[in-house]
Design a protein around this ligand. Structure first.
Ligand SMILES: Nc1ncnc2c1ncn2[C@@H]1O[C@H](COP(=O)(O)OP(=O)(O)O)[C@@H](O)[C@H]1O
Ligand SMILES: N[C@@H](CCOP(=O)(O)O)C(=O)O
Length: 291
């Protein structure tokens, strides 16, 4: 048997829709894999009652099939499903890393990214890499058609998860089909600023580059209190605030030492809107680890 811990991730970061992602230090899924004649799945932990154990419907089933690595897979969920924190991707990433090792398949971490993304296709309809890439590789990742680039960065973050369910599938339906050229120009500028910030480990540039006027405003409507929570986090010292993945988690970048005040401001503001929430004070962290 082999145990893997794969972290939650935050995709998009505002200006990098379907491209950018970061690994968080916490929360994480813990997945145990042992060889078997056919794949069986057992799920416990956060939101496990909403997660299918049928290998055709769970992200890890598709990964086991792609690696031709049948196994008994126990998933202990630390990342709640439909959170915007790459819950389904964390399990897929852990399974890819674990089964590759268990069956000695010899794939590199980079090669495991598209394999883990096959799991994402099971739940969201298309195989996007922006959550599985950081969960496997750690740091900040840029996932494009030509592959994945990774930057080790260590920006402090606060991820505030409200007690609202937004499925990625539903949140993809509200994404605008068109953008104006001036919005394209602004997005390119912001994405480049954010990438420079990651290379320099500069929370100011990362926060500035998180601004987005195309996808985020459309999705904000699905999150009660989003605008007020965003403003409260900025007042408490965040350098940038946006929706994490498809939501409902709201993610803030900041300088070291201000996570606590920002977390508290975000929780209070969700509370004022009658929404319970929890906050993870985190940083950009490492990828999946085998124990
Ligand atoms: N191993 C898994 N972990 C979490 N969710 C899973 C898993 N396998 C399948 N799912 C399904 O994926 C959906 C959640 O995925 P999604 O909406 O993308 O949320 P998240 O962004 O948190 O991953 C739920 O319908 C859930 O039942
Ligand atoms: N790029 C995707 C990312 C979805 O992330 P999740 O954590 O909400 O699954 C999107 O924005 O739809």
């Amino acid at each position: 048997m082999l145990t893997v811990r794969a972290p939650a991730t935050s995709a998009n970061l505002g200006s990098g829709f379907d491209v950018f992602g970061v690994a968080l230090e916490r929360p994480a899924d813990v997945v145990r894999v042992s060889k078997a004649d056919r794949t069986t799945i057992e799920v416990t932990g956060a939101g496990s009652q909403f997660i299918p154990e049928d290998p055709d419907k769970n992200t890890v089933g598709a990964v086991a099939e792609a690696l031709e690595a049948p196994a008994h897979i126990q998933i202990d969920k630390g990342v709640r499903p439909a959170s915007g924190l790459g819950s389904s991707a964390a399990s897929a990433a852990a399974a890819a890393v674990g089964l590759n090792e268990l069956y000695d398949r010899g794939y590199t971490r980079e090669e495991l990214v598209p394999i883990a993304a096959k799991g994402e296709a099971v739940v969201s309809g298309d195989a996007h890499d922006d959550n599985v890439a950081p969960s496997i590789l750690g740091g900040f990742t840029i996932a494009t058609e030509s592959g994945v680039r990774q930057v080790d960065a260590s920006i402090p973050l606060v991820a505030c998860l409200p007690d609202i369910v937004v499925s990625t599938r539903d949140a993809r339906r509200v994404v605008p089909e068109h953008a104006r050229v001036d919005q394209l120009v602004e997005t390119v500028g912001n994405a480049a600023t954010l990438t420079t910030g990651m290379h320099r480990d500069d929370p100011g540039l990362v926060g500035e580059g998180m601004h987005d006027t195309v996808v985020t405003p459309a999705r904000a409507k699905l999150i009660d209190g989003y605008e007020s929570v965003r403003e409260a986090a900025l007042e408490a010292g965040a350098t940038g605030v946006t929706i994490s993945g498809a939501g409902p988690t709201v993610i803030a970048a900041c300088y070291e030492g201000s996570q606590r005040a920002i977390a508290s401001a975000m929780l209070d503001t969700f509370g004022e809107h009658g929404v319970d929430a929890r906050a993870y004070q985190s940083r950009i962290g490492r990828g999946a680890q085998i124990f």
